[in-house]
Design a protein around this ligand. Structure first.
Ligand code: NDP
Length: 283
């Protein structure tokens, strides 16, 4: 029986500690502030933004939501970011992705001041992560590192396989595992004999967006399995990229979907916002 790594429980612990830290900062007149920008009416994005606002309220942060119509121009969006960059109440700015197709996502990411870039997507922050000298970690990989810590599994020297090479999950994930001295392989859609590579992993992180892609024959007995995928099945249920029922009996620890990586992503966003507030105030 694998250890079921509950992102909800780990999040609860981390958020309790953050709420205390926020209260202490407030006593000094510092209130962490997050601005969330939502362009258009994508239902999934609306849910994510609502959850982020809720987390801010729970921790005692100041938060602002800027909902812009789908037809917003690039110039209007950049002008809003400029205003938020200059606003001292706002320590973190997050522009919910994906943006409508007519907007230039990379230009938007690069307009957010690196010190307010709590998603850690700005090239300056991405570069800092590469070097290993950073203030902010990208939220999903940072949350996964906390979940691995929870299992008690020592990363140093372990064979780590990351399936997926996106800029927001796969690549930074591999980098964080490398910083902890894991021996890291990144797999993607062109990887040859992926099941054989995956089977070598002591720590397997899967972030591809393909329901139940990782089957039992792709997992080494005793591996720690982290499932990042969020897929909606035809019956409306959510499922991950790992065939949970088949893999759970083989793994030493596994994250469920939902309730695994998902809650940690928002918790790490809150941590980055808290860090941003402290940095802005010389803490
Ligand atoms: P992307 O679509 O940006 O990247 C998917 C990656 O998976 C690509 O590198 C792609 O390879 C690879 N891939 C796709 N199909 C295969 C395959 N058959 N074999 C091997 N590799 C494959 O996805 P994201 O990284 O943004 O997200 C991945 C999943 O994680 C999604 O389900 C998403 O919803 C979820 N997610 C969950 C979060 C959370 O908080 N829990 C946060 C972010 C994402 P190639 O580069 O060669 O095309």
């Amino acid at each position: 029986m694998a250890q079921i790594i509950s992102g909800k429980e780990v999040s609860k612990k981390l958020r309790a500690a953050m709420a205390e830290e926020t209260a202490a900062l407030k006593a000094e007149g510092i209130v962490p502030g997050l601005a969330v920008i939502l362009v258009g009416d994508d239902p999934a994005s609306q849910v994510y933004v609502r959850n982020k606002e809720r987390a801010c309220t729970e921790l005692g942060f100041y938060s602002e939501k800027h909902v812009l119509p789908a037809g917003t121009t690039q110039a209007e969006l950049l002008a809003l970011i400029d205003r938020l960059n200059a606003d001292p109440k706002i320590h973190g700015i997050l522009c919910q992705l994906p943006l409508p197709a007519h907007l230039d996502e990379q230009a938007v990411i690069e307009r957010i001041h690196p010190e307010k870039d709590v998603d850690a997507f700005h090239p300056a922050n991405v570069g800092r992560i590469m070097i290993g000298d950073y203030h902010y970690l990208p939220c999903t990989p940072a949350g996964i590192m906390e979940l691995i810590k929870e299992t008690g599994c020592e990363i140093a020297g372990k064979t780590c396989v990351v399936i997926g090479r996106s800029n927001i999950v796969g690549k930074p994930m591999a980098m964080l595992l490398l910083h902890q001295s894991g021996t890291v392989t990144i797999c993607h859609s062109k990887t040859r004999d992926l099941p054989e590579v995956a089977r070598r992993a002591d720590i397997l992180v899967v972030a591809i967006g393909k329901p139940k892609f990782v089957t039992a024959d792709m997992v080494k007995p005793g591996a720690v399995v982290i499932d990042v995928g969020i897929n909606r099945l035809p019956d409306g249920k959510l499922c991950g990229d790992v065939d949970y029922e088949a893999v759970e009996p083989i793994a030493s620890a596994i994250t469920p979907v939902p309730g695994g990586v998902g809650p940690m992503t928002i918790t790490m966003l809150m941590r980055n916002t808290l860090t941003a507030a402290k940095l802005a105030n010389g803490r």
